[in-house]
Design a protein around this ligand. Structure first.
Ligand SMILES: *[C@@H]1O[C@H](CO)[C@@H](O)[C@H](O)[C@H]1NC(C)=O
Ligand SMILES: *[C@@H]1O[C@H](CO)[C@@H](O)[C@H](O)[C@H]1NC(C)=O
Length: 474
Protein backbone atom coordinates (compact mmCIF):
# COMPACT_ATOMS: atom_id res chain seq x y z
CA UNK A 1 0.00 0.00 0.00
CA UNK A 2 2.89 2.33 0.79
CA UNK A 3 4.04 2.25 -2.84
CA UNK A 4 0.53 2.41 -4.28
CA UNK A 5 -0.24 5.87 -2.84
CA UNK A 6 2.60 7.76 -4.60
CA UNK A 7 1.69 6.02 -7.82
CA UNK A 8 -1.86 7.20 -7.50
CA UNK A 9 -0.61 10.69 -6.69
CA UNK A 10 1.74 10.50 -9.64
CA UNK A 11 -1.11 9.52 -11.87
CA UNK A 12 -3.13 12.43 -10.54
CA UNK A 13 -0.22 14.86 -11.05
CA UNK A 14 0.45 13.63 -14.51
CA UNK A 15 -3.24 13.93 -15.24
CA UNK A 16 -3.31 17.48 -13.92
CA UNK A 17 -0.17 18.33 -15.86
CA UNK A 18 -1.67 16.89 -18.98
CA UNK A 19 -4.86 18.83 -18.44
CA UNK A 20 -2.87 21.99 -17.76
CA UNK A 21 -0.77 21.55 -20.88
CA UNK A 22 -3.84 20.92 -22.90
CA UNK A 23 -5.49 24.04 -21.54
CA UNK A 24 -2.42 26.27 -21.95
CA UNK A 25 -1.62 25.06 -25.41
CA UNK A 26 -5.24 25.20 -26.51
CA UNK A 27 -6.03 28.69 -25.37
CA UNK A 28 -3.91 30.72 -27.78
CA UNK A 29 -5.00 28.46 -30.59
CA UNK A 30 -8.63 29.14 -29.81
CA UNK A 31 -7.99 32.88 -29.63
CA UNK A 32 -6.14 32.72 -32.87
CA UNK A 33 -9.03 31.01 -34.56
CA UNK A 34 -11.56 33.45 -33.22
CA UNK A 35 -9.35 36.33 -34.34
CA UNK A 36 -9.34 34.93 -37.78
CA UNK A 37 -13.05 34.68 -37.67
CA UNK A 38 -13.87 38.10 -36.38
CA UNK A 39 -10.96 40.20 -37.56
CA UNK A 40 -10.61 39.33 -41.12
CA UNK A 41 -8.58 41.81 -43.15
CA UNK A 42 -11.28 41.79 -45.76
CA UNK A 43 -14.03 42.79 -43.42
CA UNK A 44 -14.38 46.25 -44.92
CA UNK A 45 -15.34 44.85 -48.24
CA UNK A 46 -16.41 41.27 -47.80
CA UNK A 47 -18.39 41.37 -44.63
CA UNK A 48 -20.28 38.14 -44.48
CA UNK A 49 -20.10 34.52 -45.32
CA UNK A 50 -16.74 34.10 -43.63
CA UNK A 51 -17.65 32.69 -40.27
CA UNK A 52 -19.73 29.88 -41.63
CA UNK A 53 -17.07 29.03 -44.18
CA UNK A 54 -14.34 28.87 -41.59
CA UNK A 55 -16.25 26.80 -39.13
CA UNK A 56 -17.65 24.47 -41.73
CA UNK A 57 -16.54 20.90 -41.24
CA UNK A 58 -14.76 19.17 -44.05
CA UNK A 59 -17.45 17.96 -46.37
CA UNK A 60 -15.87 16.89 -49.61
CA UNK A 61 -18.84 14.97 -50.85
CA UNK A 62 -22.34 16.05 -51.75
CA UNK A 63 -24.29 12.89 -51.16
CA UNK A 64 -27.90 12.54 -52.25
CA UNK A 65 -28.11 8.81 -51.78
CA UNK A 66 -31.41 7.56 -53.10
CA UNK A 67 -32.95 11.06 -53.31
CA UNK A 68 -33.06 12.94 -56.61
CA UNK A 69 -29.83 14.63 -57.75
CA UNK A 70 -29.98 18.30 -56.68
CA UNK A 71 -30.93 20.39 -59.69
CA UNK A 72 -28.79 23.15 -61.13
CA UNK A 73 -30.13 26.59 -60.44
CA UNK A 74 -29.53 29.55 -62.74
CA UNK A 75 -29.27 32.63 -60.52
CA UNK A 76 -28.41 35.18 -63.19
CA UNK A 77 -27.81 35.00 -66.89
CA UNK A 78 -26.99 37.11 -69.90
CA UNK A 79 -25.22 35.54 -72.86
CA UNK A 80 -21.65 34.73 -71.87
CA UNK A 81 -22.16 35.47 -68.18
CA UNK A 82 -24.05 33.01 -66.03
CA UNK A 83 -24.26 32.37 -62.30
CA UNK A 84 -25.21 28.80 -61.48
CA UNK A 85 -25.59 26.84 -58.29
CA UNK A 86 -24.83 23.14 -58.47
CA UNK A 87 -23.21 22.94 -61.85
CA UNK A 88 -21.75 19.47 -62.44
CA UNK A 89 -18.67 18.38 -64.34
CA UNK A 90 -17.77 14.87 -65.33
CA UNK A 91 -14.99 13.79 -67.68
CA UNK A 92 -14.49 17.36 -68.84
CA UNK A 93 -18.15 17.87 -69.75
CA UNK A 94 -20.33 20.45 -68.01
CA UNK A 95 -23.76 19.23 -66.88
CA UNK A 96 -26.84 21.23 -66.08
CA UNK A 97 -29.25 19.03 -64.17
CA UNK A 98 -32.83 20.09 -64.70
CA UNK A 99 -36.24 18.50 -64.99
CA UNK A 100 -37.46 21.68 -66.67
CA UNK A 101 -35.02 22.04 -69.56
CA UNK A 102 -37.22 24.64 -71.23
CA UNK A 103 -36.33 26.99 -68.38
CA UNK A 104 -32.60 26.56 -68.92
CA UNK A 105 -31.11 29.35 -71.05
CA UNK A 106 -29.99 28.41 -74.57
CA UNK A 107 -26.72 26.57 -73.92
CA UNK A 108 -25.02 28.33 -76.83
CA UNK A 109 -25.44 31.47 -74.73
CA UNK A 110 -23.75 29.84 -71.73
CA UNK A 111 -20.66 28.16 -73.06
CA UNK A 112 -18.72 27.56 -76.27
CA UNK A 113 -15.86 25.36 -77.32
CA UNK A 114 -13.51 27.98 -75.89
CA UNK A 115 -11.60 28.37 -79.14
CA UNK A 116 -9.64 31.33 -80.40
CA UNK A 117 -11.93 34.07 -81.66
CA UNK A 118 -11.72 34.53 -85.40
CA UNK A 119 -14.09 36.34 -87.72
CA UNK A 120 -16.49 34.81 -90.16
CA UNK A 121 -19.57 32.63 -90.05
CA UNK A 122 -17.59 29.43 -90.21
CA UNK A 123 -15.50 30.42 -87.21
CA UNK A 124 -18.63 31.37 -85.28
CA UNK A 125 -20.22 28.01 -86.07
CA UNK A 126 -17.09 26.10 -85.11
CA UNK A 127 -17.20 27.61 -81.64
CA UNK A 128 -20.74 26.46 -80.85
CA UNK A 129 -20.84 23.92 -78.02
CA UNK A 130 -21.61 20.26 -78.61
CA UNK A 131 -22.28 17.30 -76.35
CA UNK A 132 -18.57 17.18 -75.57
CA UNK A 133 -18.85 20.55 -73.87
CA UNK A 134 -22.21 20.82 -72.18
CA UNK A 135 -25.32 18.71 -71.67
CA UNK A 136 -28.64 19.41 -70.05
CA UNK A 137 -29.88 16.27 -68.32
CA UNK A 138 -32.80 15.27 -66.11
CA UNK A 139 -32.38 14.27 -62.48
CA UNK A 140 -33.02 10.68 -63.54
CA UNK A 141 -30.27 10.74 -66.15
CA UNK A 142 -28.03 12.43 -63.62
CA UNK A 143 -28.61 9.65 -61.15
CA UNK A 144 -27.59 7.04 -63.70
CA UNK A 145 -24.53 9.05 -64.69
CA UNK A 146 -23.31 10.36 -61.35
CA UNK A 147 -24.49 7.68 -58.91
CA UNK A 148 -25.21 8.76 -55.36
CA UNK A 149 -23.06 11.84 -54.97
CA UNK A 150 -20.45 14.24 -56.31
CA UNK A 151 -17.30 15.83 -54.93
CA UNK A 152 -17.68 19.48 -54.08
CA UNK A 153 -15.85 22.47 -55.51
CA UNK A 154 -16.91 24.65 -52.64
CA UNK A 155 -17.71 28.31 -52.27
CA UNK A 156 -17.82 30.74 -55.16
CA UNK A 157 -15.91 29.84 -58.31
CA UNK A 158 -15.06 31.90 -61.36
CA UNK A 159 -14.89 29.62 -64.38
CA UNK A 160 -13.34 31.20 -67.47
CA UNK A 161 -13.95 29.15 -70.61
CA UNK A 162 -11.67 31.28 -72.81
CA UNK A 163 -8.33 30.66 -74.48
CA UNK A 164 -5.43 32.96 -73.58
CA UNK A 165 -6.17 35.29 -76.51
CA UNK A 166 -8.04 37.86 -74.39
CA UNK A 167 -6.68 36.90 -70.99
CA UNK A 168 -2.99 37.78 -71.20
CA UNK A 169 -3.58 41.49 -71.58
CA UNK A 170 -4.18 44.08 -68.86
CA UNK A 171 -7.04 45.76 -70.67
CA UNK A 172 -8.81 42.59 -71.76
CA UNK A 173 -8.42 40.99 -68.36
CA UNK A 174 -9.21 43.92 -66.07
CA UNK A 175 -11.69 45.83 -68.16
CA UNK A 176 -13.41 42.83 -69.75
CA UNK A 177 -13.11 39.50 -67.97
CA UNK A 178 -12.72 40.92 -64.48
CA UNK A 179 -15.08 43.81 -65.09
CA UNK A 180 -17.77 41.58 -66.55
CA UNK A 181 -17.29 38.91 -63.93
CA UNK A 182 -17.66 41.33 -61.06
CA UNK A 183 -20.58 43.10 -62.69
CA UNK A 184 -22.28 39.72 -63.03
CA UNK A 185 -21.46 38.42 -59.56
CA UNK A 186 -22.26 41.74 -57.88
CA UNK A 187 -25.75 41.59 -59.35
CA UNK A 188 -26.44 39.33 -56.36
CA UNK A 189 -25.80 42.31 -54.08
CA UNK A 190 -27.51 45.36 -55.56
CA UNK A 191 -26.89 47.35 -52.36
CA UNK A 192 -23.08 47.58 -52.44
CA UNK A 193 -22.27 50.83 -50.69
CA UNK A 194 -20.24 53.74 -52.05
CA UNK A 195 -17.25 52.50 -50.07
CA UNK A 196 -17.55 49.06 -51.63
CA UNK A 197 -18.99 47.08 -48.73
CA UNK A 198 -20.74 43.95 -49.85
CA UNK A 199 -22.29 40.89 -48.30
CA UNK A 200 -20.96 38.66 -51.09
CA UNK A 201 -18.50 35.98 -50.05
CA UNK A 202 -15.12 36.12 -51.79
CA UNK A 203 -14.20 33.93 -54.72
CA UNK A 204 -12.48 30.70 -53.73
CA UNK A 205 -11.22 29.47 -57.03
CA UNK A 206 -10.53 30.65 -60.57
CA UNK A 207 -10.85 27.85 -63.09
CA UNK A 208 -9.22 28.26 -66.51
CA UNK A 209 -9.87 25.11 -68.49
CA UNK A 210 -8.16 26.26 -71.70
CA UNK A 211 -5.12 27.96 -70.25
CA UNK A 212 -1.67 26.85 -69.16
CA UNK A 213 -0.55 28.09 -65.77
CA UNK A 214 2.01 30.49 -67.24
CA UNK A 215 -0.49 31.96 -69.66
CA UNK A 216 -2.69 34.24 -67.60
CA UNK A 217 -0.16 36.96 -66.92
CA UNK A 218 0.15 40.12 -69.05
CA UNK A 219 3.32 41.89 -70.13
CA UNK A 220 2.74 44.73 -67.66
CA UNK A 221 2.22 42.21 -64.81
CA UNK A 222 -0.99 43.96 -63.81
CA UNK A 223 -3.31 40.94 -63.91
CA UNK A 224 -1.64 39.49 -60.82
CA UNK A 225 -2.26 42.70 -58.96
CA UNK A 226 -5.90 42.80 -59.94
CA UNK A 227 -6.59 39.22 -58.84
CA UNK A 228 -4.47 39.10 -55.67
CA UNK A 229 -5.71 42.41 -54.34
CA UNK A 230 -9.34 41.45 -54.77
CA UNK A 231 -9.21 37.84 -53.57
CA UNK A 232 -5.93 37.26 -51.75
CA UNK A 233 -6.71 33.66 -50.94
CA UNK A 234 -8.28 32.56 -54.21
CA UNK A 235 -6.52 29.65 -55.85
CA UNK A 236 -6.24 29.09 -59.59
CA UNK A 237 -6.69 25.97 -61.64
CA UNK A 238 -5.59 25.47 -65.21
CA UNK A 239 -5.82 23.11 -68.15
CA UNK A 240 -3.85 20.40 -66.35
CA UNK A 241 -6.11 20.52 -63.32
CA UNK A 242 -9.17 20.36 -65.54
CA UNK A 243 -7.69 17.30 -67.25
CA UNK A 244 -6.83 15.73 -63.89
CA UNK A 245 -10.41 16.03 -62.79
CA UNK A 246 -11.66 14.72 -66.14
CA UNK A 247 -9.39 11.69 -65.98
CA UNK A 248 -10.62 10.78 -62.51
CA UNK A 249 -13.97 10.03 -64.13
CA UNK A 250 -15.82 11.10 -61.01
CA UNK A 251 -18.46 13.83 -60.87
CA UNK A 252 -17.62 17.17 -59.29
CA UNK A 253 -20.13 19.85 -58.45
CA UNK A 254 -19.58 23.58 -58.19
CA UNK A 255 -21.39 25.02 -55.18
CA UNK A 256 -21.68 28.30 -57.03
CA UNK A 257 -20.02 29.30 -60.25
CA UNK A 258 -19.83 32.42 -62.37
CA UNK A 259 -19.22 31.15 -65.88
CA UNK A 260 -17.68 33.48 -68.46
CA UNK A 261 -17.49 32.74 -72.16
CA UNK A 262 -16.38 35.31 -74.69
CA UNK A 263 -17.78 33.55 -77.71
CA UNK A 264 -21.21 33.31 -76.07
CA UNK A 265 -21.17 37.00 -75.12
CA UNK A 266 -20.48 37.94 -78.68
CA UNK A 267 -24.05 36.95 -79.55
CA UNK A 268 -25.51 39.84 -77.59
CA UNK A 269 -26.90 43.08 -78.87
CA UNK A 270 -24.65 45.03 -76.53
CA UNK A 271 -21.61 43.30 -77.95
CA UNK A 272 -22.74 44.20 -81.45
CA UNK A 273 -23.05 47.80 -80.34
CA UNK A 274 -19.94 48.22 -78.22
CA UNK A 275 -17.70 45.24 -79.03
CA UNK A 276 -17.24 44.95 -75.26
CA UNK A 277 -17.88 41.60 -73.63
CA UNK A 278 -18.33 43.30 -70.28
CA UNK A 279 -21.23 45.33 -71.63
CA UNK A 280 -23.87 42.58 -71.55
CA UNK A 281 -23.95 42.06 -67.74
CA UNK A 282 -25.10 45.66 -67.41
CA UNK A 283 -28.52 44.30 -68.24
CA UNK A 284 -28.52 42.64 -64.80
CA UNK A 285 -29.57 44.49 -61.65
CA UNK A 286 -26.74 46.03 -59.70
CA UNK A 287 -25.58 48.80 -57.42
CA UNK A 288 -24.26 52.04 -58.92
CA UNK A 289 -21.29 51.41 -56.62
CA UNK A 290 -20.78 47.92 -58.01
CA UNK A 291 -17.11 48.39 -58.92
CA UNK A 292 -16.05 50.06 -55.68
CA UNK A 293 -15.35 46.72 -54.00
CA UNK A 294 -12.75 45.82 -56.62
CA UNK A 295 -11.39 49.33 -56.89
CA UNK A 296 -11.03 49.81 -53.16
CA UNK A 297 -9.29 46.49 -52.65
CA UNK A 298 -6.67 47.41 -55.23
CA UNK A 299 -6.30 50.92 -53.80
CA UNK A 300 -5.91 49.68 -50.23
CA UNK A 301 -3.34 47.19 -51.41
CA UNK A 302 -1.17 50.11 -52.55
CA UNK A 303 -1.52 51.68 -49.11
CA UNK A 304 -3.85 54.49 -50.13
CA UNK A 305 -7.09 55.37 -48.38
CA UNK A 306 -10.12 54.28 -50.35
CA UNK A 307 -11.65 57.76 -50.30
CA UNK A 308 -8.68 59.06 -52.30
CA UNK A 309 -9.54 60.70 -55.61
CA UNK A 310 -12.55 62.23 -57.26
CA UNK A 311 -11.01 65.70 -57.11
CA UNK A 312 -13.97 67.38 -55.51
CA UNK A 313 -12.65 68.01 -52.01
CA UNK A 314 -8.94 68.15 -52.79
CA UNK A 315 -6.75 69.66 -55.48
CA UNK A 316 -7.85 68.25 -58.85
CA UNK A 317 -5.28 65.97 -60.43
CA UNK A 318 -4.77 65.96 -64.20
CA UNK A 319 -2.81 63.01 -65.56
CA UNK A 320 -1.64 62.79 -69.14
CA UNK A 321 -0.49 59.29 -70.01
CA UNK A 322 1.93 59.89 -72.83
CA UNK A 323 2.73 57.24 -75.46
CA UNK A 324 5.39 59.42 -77.10
CA UNK A 325 8.15 56.93 -76.43
CA UNK A 326 6.09 53.82 -77.07
CA UNK A 327 6.68 53.87 -80.82
CA UNK A 328 3.12 53.27 -81.92
CA UNK A 329 -0.03 55.37 -81.87
CA UNK A 330 1.66 58.67 -80.92
CA UNK A 331 0.76 62.35 -81.22
CA UNK A 332 2.53 64.65 -83.65
CA UNK A 333 5.56 65.71 -81.62
CA UNK A 334 4.76 69.44 -81.61
CA UNK A 335 1.15 68.74 -80.67
CA UNK A 336 2.28 66.67 -77.72
CA UNK A 337 4.59 69.47 -76.62
CA UNK A 338 1.83 72.05 -76.97
CA UNK A 339 -0.50 69.89 -74.87
CA UNK A 340 2.09 69.59 -72.11
CA UNK A 341 2.65 73.35 -72.21
CA UNK A 342 -1.10 74.03 -71.92
CA UNK A 343 -1.46 71.61 -69.02
CA UNK A 344 1.43 73.22 -67.14
CA UNK A 345 -0.26 76.58 -67.70
CA UNK A 346 -3.33 75.21 -65.93
CA UNK A 347 -1.12 74.05 -63.09
CA UNK A 348 0.56 77.45 -62.74
CA UNK A 349 -2.65 79.44 -63.04
CA UNK A 350 -5.11 77.31 -61.07
CA UNK A 351 -2.92 75.21 -58.83
CA UNK A 352 -4.07 71.88 -60.26
CA UNK A 353 -1.69 68.96 -59.93
CA UNK A 354 -0.50 68.01 -63.41
CA UNK A 355 1.32 64.77 -64.18
CA UNK A 356 2.80 63.88 -67.54
CA UNK A 357 3.78 60.25 -67.33
CA UNK A 358 4.63 57.19 -69.41
CA UNK A 359 2.86 54.12 -68.02
CA UNK A 360 5.67 51.80 -69.11
CA UNK A 361 8.13 53.71 -66.93
CA UNK A 362 6.07 53.45 -63.76
CA UNK A 363 5.83 50.61 -61.32
CA UNK A 364 2.49 48.92 -60.91
CA UNK A 365 2.10 50.59 -57.57
CA UNK A 366 2.76 54.03 -59.02
CA UNK A 367 0.30 53.44 -61.84
CA UNK A 368 -2.53 52.44 -59.55
CA UNK A 369 -1.76 55.12 -56.97
CA UNK A 370 -1.68 57.88 -59.54
CA UNK A 371 -4.84 56.67 -61.27
CA UNK A 372 -6.63 56.45 -57.92
CA UNK A 373 -5.83 60.11 -57.24
CA UNK A 374 -6.55 61.34 -60.77
CA UNK A 375 -9.53 63.53 -61.57
CA UNK A 376 -8.92 63.90 -65.31
CA UNK A 377 -7.02 61.20 -67.15
CA UNK A 378 -6.02 61.68 -70.76
CA UNK A 379 -4.03 60.04 -73.48
CA UNK A 380 -4.00 58.53 -76.93
CA UNK A 381 -6.18 55.42 -77.27
CA UNK A 382 -4.24 52.55 -75.68
CA UNK A 383 -3.64 50.16 -72.82
CA UNK A 384 -2.25 52.94 -70.58
CA UNK A 385 -5.81 54.20 -70.18
CA UNK A 386 -6.84 50.90 -68.57
CA UNK A 387 -5.81 52.53 -65.28
CA UNK A 388 -8.99 54.58 -65.43
CA UNK A 389 -10.66 51.65 -63.61
CA UNK A 390 -8.87 52.78 -60.44
CA UNK A 391 -10.19 56.35 -60.59
CA UNK A 392 -12.80 57.44 -58.10
CA UNK A 393 -16.05 58.24 -59.85
CA UNK A 394 -17.31 61.75 -59.10
CA UNK A 395 -19.16 64.37 -61.14
CA UNK A 396 -15.73 65.69 -62.15
CA UNK A 397 -14.02 62.43 -62.98
CA UNK A 398 -13.23 62.51 -66.68
CA UNK A 399 -11.31 60.54 -69.26
CA UNK A 400 -10.15 62.28 -72.46
CA UNK A 401 -9.05 60.00 -75.24
CA UNK A 402 -7.21 61.14 -78.35
CA UNK A 403 -7.94 59.44 -81.68
CA UNK A 404 -6.78 59.95 -85.21
CA UNK A 405 -9.63 62.05 -86.72
CA UNK A 406 -12.39 59.74 -87.93
CA UNK A 407 -11.23 56.84 -85.76
CA UNK A 408 -13.01 55.53 -82.73
CA UNK A 409 -13.24 52.44 -80.49
CA UNK A 410 -15.54 51.91 -77.55
CA UNK A 411 -12.96 50.27 -75.24
CA UNK A 412 -12.26 53.13 -72.84
CA UNK A 413 -15.40 55.09 -73.64
CA UNK A 414 -17.60 52.21 -72.58
CA UNK A 415 -15.49 51.40 -69.53
CA UNK A 416 -15.50 55.01 -68.33
CA UNK A 417 -19.26 55.28 -68.69
CA UNK A 418 -19.83 51.92 -66.98
CA UNK A 419 -18.13 53.41 -63.92
CA UNK A 420 -20.35 56.48 -63.92
CA UNK A 421 -17.64 58.84 -65.16
CA UNK A 422 -17.52 61.12 -68.20
CA UNK A 423 -15.58 60.37 -71.36
CA UNK A 424 -14.58 62.72 -74.18
CA UNK A 425 -13.03 61.67 -77.43
CA UNK A 426 -10.85 64.12 -79.34
CA UNK A 427 -10.25 64.52 -83.08
CA UNK A 428 -7.79 67.38 -83.24
CA UNK A 429 -9.71 70.30 -81.77
CA UNK A 430 -13.10 68.63 -81.94
CA UNK A 431 -14.42 66.69 -78.97
CA UNK A 432 -17.39 64.35 -78.59
CA UNK A 433 -19.12 62.57 -75.75
CA UNK A 434 -21.96 60.09 -75.23
CA UNK A 435 -24.58 59.81 -76.60
CA UNK A 436 -23.27 61.71 -79.65
CA UNK A 437 -20.57 59.19 -80.47
CA UNK A 438 -19.13 58.24 -83.83
CA UNK A 439 -19.25 54.71 -85.22
CA UNK A 440 -16.30 52.58 -84.18
CA UNK A 441 -13.73 52.73 -86.95
CA UNK A 442 -10.04 51.99 -87.31
CA UNK A 443 -9.22 54.59 -89.93
CA UNK A 444 -5.93 54.90 -91.77
CA UNK A 445 -3.60 56.65 -89.31
CA UNK A 446 -5.31 55.20 -86.23
CA UNK A 447 -2.23 53.20 -85.24
CA UNK A 448 0.23 55.76 -86.59
CA UNK A 449 2.54 58.29 -85.02
CA UNK A 450 1.13 61.50 -86.47
CA UNK A 451 -2.07 61.89 -84.52
CA UNK A 452 -3.05 65.58 -84.43
CA UNK A 453 -4.36 67.24 -81.28
CA UNK A 454 -5.25 70.74 -80.20
CA UNK A 455 -3.80 71.14 -76.71
CA UNK A 456 -5.66 74.40 -76.19
CA UNK A 457 -9.00 72.68 -76.73
CA UNK A 458 -8.03 69.98 -74.25
CA UNK A 459 -7.02 72.53 -71.61
CA UNK A 460 -10.27 74.42 -72.15
CA UNK A 461 -12.30 71.27 -71.61
CA UNK A 462 -10.31 70.51 -68.43
CA UNK A 463 -11.37 73.87 -67.03
CA UNK A 464 -14.98 73.25 -67.97
CA UNK A 465 -14.94 69.88 -66.26
CA UNK A 466 -13.31 71.19 -63.09
CA UNK A 467 -15.62 74.10 -62.59
CA UNK A 468 -18.42 71.68 -61.74
CA UNK A 469 -19.87 72.25 -58.33
CA UNK A 470 -18.75 70.23 -55.33
CA UNK A 471 -19.95 66.69 -55.07
CA UNK A 472 -22.61 66.24 -52.42
CA UNK A 473 -21.19 63.38 -50.44
CA UNK A 474 -22.97 61.17 -47.96
C1 LIG B 1 -10.42 43.27 -33.94
O1 LIG B 1 -9.65 44.41 -34.22
C2 LIG B 1 -10.00 45.55 -33.50
C3 LIG B 1 -9.18 46.72 -34.01
O2 LIG B 1 -8.16 46.36 -34.86
C4 LIG B 1 -9.79 45.28 -32.00
O3 LIG B 1 -10.15 46.43 -31.26
C5 LIG B 1 -10.61 44.10 -31.59
O4 LIG B 1 -10.36 43.79 -30.25
C6 LIG B 1 -10.31 42.91 -32.46
N1 LIG B 1 -11.25 41.84 -32.16
C7 LIG B 1 -10.85 40.62 -31.86
C8 LIG B 1 -11.91 39.65 -31.53
O5 LIG B 1 -9.69 40.29 -31.86
C1 LIG C 1 -29.94 28.92 -79.46
O1 LIG C 1 -29.20 29.98 -80.00
C2 LIG C 1 -28.71 29.76 -81.30
C3 LIG C 1 -27.90 30.95 -81.70
O2 LIG C 1 -26.81 31.05 -80.92
C4 LIG C 1 -29.85 29.54 -82.26
O3 LIG C 1 -29.36 29.25 -83.52
C5 LIG C 1 -30.73 28.42 -81.77
O4 LIG C 1 -31.85 28.32 -82.57
C6 LIG C 1 -31.13 28.65 -80.33
N1 LIG C 1 -31.83 27.49 -79.86
C7 LIG C 1 -33.03 27.55 -79.33
C8 LIG C 1 -33.60 26.26 -78.86
O5 LIG C 1 -33.62 28.59 -79.22
Amino acid sequence: MASATPTRREVLLVGLLFFFLLFVSRKPATEHVSNLLTNDTHSTTFSSGRRSENTQILDAHLSWGSSPVPETRVLAHVPGWTILDKLYILKGVVYIVSDEPSKVPNITHIISKGLFIENGEEAVASRLPTDEDIRVISTKQAKRLFGTGAHVLDGVNYFINDPYQFVTHYYHWSAELWFGFWRTYSSLDPVITHDGKTSLPPVRRLVFNHLDAYHWRDYAAMNEWVIRSAFPSAIMEFKDDWRDRAEMERPFVFDRVILADRSATMMTFNFARFQRTASSPFGLPGSVNWWMTMRNNAIQFTGLQVNTGGGTTSTPVITYISRQEWGRRMLIKEHHEKLVEELYKLRDTYGFEVNVVAAEKMSRLEQIELAARTTIMMGVHGNGLTSLIWMKPSPRSTVMEFFYPGGFAFDYEYTTRALGMTHYGFWGSQSFTSPALPEPKYVEGFQGNSIPLDGTAVARLCLERLSLSEEIDD
